[in-house]
Ligand binder design. Sequence first.
Ligand code: NAG
Ligand code: NAG
Ligand code: NAG
Length: 338
Amino acid sequence: MLKSVALLAALFLTIQAANYCMKEKELSENEFFDQVQGKTFANQQNRVVAIECPDPKDNSTCLYIVDRIGYLKDGSWFVGRFLTPVPNLTKGFLSVSKLVKPVFKSMSTIDTAMWMVDVGTMDAMTPNSVELSSLFTTGHFEMNRDVSGNITFLGVATGGLMSFFSTYFKNLKLTGIDIDPQSEYLAKKWFGYRDTKNSKILIGDGAEYIMEMAKRGETSDAVLVDACHNHAPPDGIYCPVEAVRTPEFLKSLSAVIGTKGITTYNMYILHRDHQKGYQKIRNEFAKYFAECHLGSNHLGNAFIMCSNNKIDQSTVDISSVRSFLKNMRIDGFLKNLL
Ligand SMILES: *[C@@H]1O[C@H](CO)[C@@H](O)[C@H](O)[C@H]1NC(C)=O
Ligand SMILES: *[C@@H]1O[C@H](CO)[C@@H](O)[C@H](O)[C@H]1NC(C)=O
Ligand SMILES: *[C@@H]1O[C@H](CO)[C@@H](O)[C@H](O)[C@H]1NC(C)=O
């Protein structure tokens, strides 16, 4: 009896919702833009959607969810979402995603806080894209979305890279480990990450996790390290954090990638001698792997790729890697947001 009452109530609500939708006036693209720009963004380019403070007693731990309108030369527009330590993006950002514009444009869909995140696109300049690209430009993975294997992520940030991989690579098993439970919370609440059969986030110490894997003799085809401080550390080394730079850790990591795997680190150092800093980290790492390469993007990050077999980039056709990446919608939306 109770069940059918619930069913009836559900049916009633559905009818109500459908009615409501039918009554709502659909806005034209221009009307919709005017409302989003004028009402939702109060005629600014940015808006703070939420302030997330993991420790309410310590406001220096707060991070801001900031939505920002990107304007294109052809008159079109989109909305990007940042995670940043200050509300106005003057201190850079920890992550950026593009949002999906609602299909039904109306007054009830002008609030970008309710929009979905487009997890199937990334900007080519972001550390996430560089880490993903590194697996293909090095010839490590074949350019094939059916490729099987597994990837371990140390530091999941807002889950953007894991979401992207699970959108396009159904046969890769993805495991993310993050020491900060806030990361998983932000990933799920604001950045569209969902666990799937092949994609899981674990909360814990990633350095320990890799050392345990090494003890058990387990391997991973790729270990992508994006382990950063959210706020300025005294030595200016935002990433990688100390725990993933120790000799014990690097020895274990080398064992875990074995002779077939690869590891890529995202690095970010904010001080005058950052180039020297990157070089120093590379030289340190090179003691534990057969080889390590240094690369960079245009946002000030550097990357180390290490493996225990010779990376032979001469066999890789870079232009076909480019189109492979472009087909997965790795593009350049960020320039329209900054
Ligand atoms: C911390 O920030 C919140 C939200 O901005 C504010 O309401 C609160 O008063 C602040 N607390 C302290 C201790 O500054
Ligand atoms: C950006 O925000 C910071 C911290 O809230 C503030 O000190 C600074 O003046 C702001 N800068 C601009 C250009 O608005
Ligand atoms: C990852 O995949 C490789 C083969 O691609 C396999 O040897 C290894 O055991 C897998 N590791 C885990 C933790 O599943």
